[in-house]
Design a protein around this ligand. Sequence first.
Ligand code: BG6
Ligand code: MG
Length: 218
Amino acid sequence: MNKNLAFIFDLDGVIVDTAKYHYLAWRNLANSLGFDFTVEQNEQLKGVSRIKSLEILLNIGKVELSEEKKQTLLVEKNREYLEYVNTMTPDEILPGVNQLLNFLDYNNIKYVLGSASKNAPLILEKVELNNRFVAIVDGNDVSKAKPNPEVFLKGAEKLNMKPENCVVVEDAIAGVQAANTANMVSIGIGDANVLSEADYNFKDMTEITSDFLRNLIN
Ligand code: BG6
Ligand code: MG
């Protein structure tokens, strides 16, 4: 086992592209409330908890609702989202992910999941990656959402690693900030201008080369 390094992976946008399913479900909800919701606006919801996402959406539509109504809408949104999730197969694992996990396995580097999603266990099961992680820390385990570092600090505990020896792979600004606050190494996946706070940036997971990983290990 490599005692100097371990990885913590975000799920949505890093392992699988579930943002498109979240978008469809949120857009439907927005439409039912009488306003439109664009792909560009959907960027604001990446990495954000379910309840915070609803608040951002309602703010966009300038709609005010009772707490009770919000709870009903959250249940409805998740029900529709799960319809998409239930169709998922291992084909939806993003390019480069399996290669990276294989590299980590080969080099005895442990990894856990650190996701805001309460649906993370189901999604990992659908794409048949559930048995590969040492542990899954998800939206059910934390009380403070990213950019709070709670999810990653819990991940480090599961790995039995000091935060400074953990490498976080994230596609959301809130996640990169959470990793930085936790004193972990942050890798941003996506637009480097958006994720400029990350220690390292890659356009997608295929860009993380074994040379880069070897340098990180040593
Ligand atoms: C994050 C996604 O991983 O999980 C967000 O980037 C999502 O878009 C959040 O809102 C919570 O997910 P879920 O599955 O619990 O609604
Ligand atoms: Mg993400």
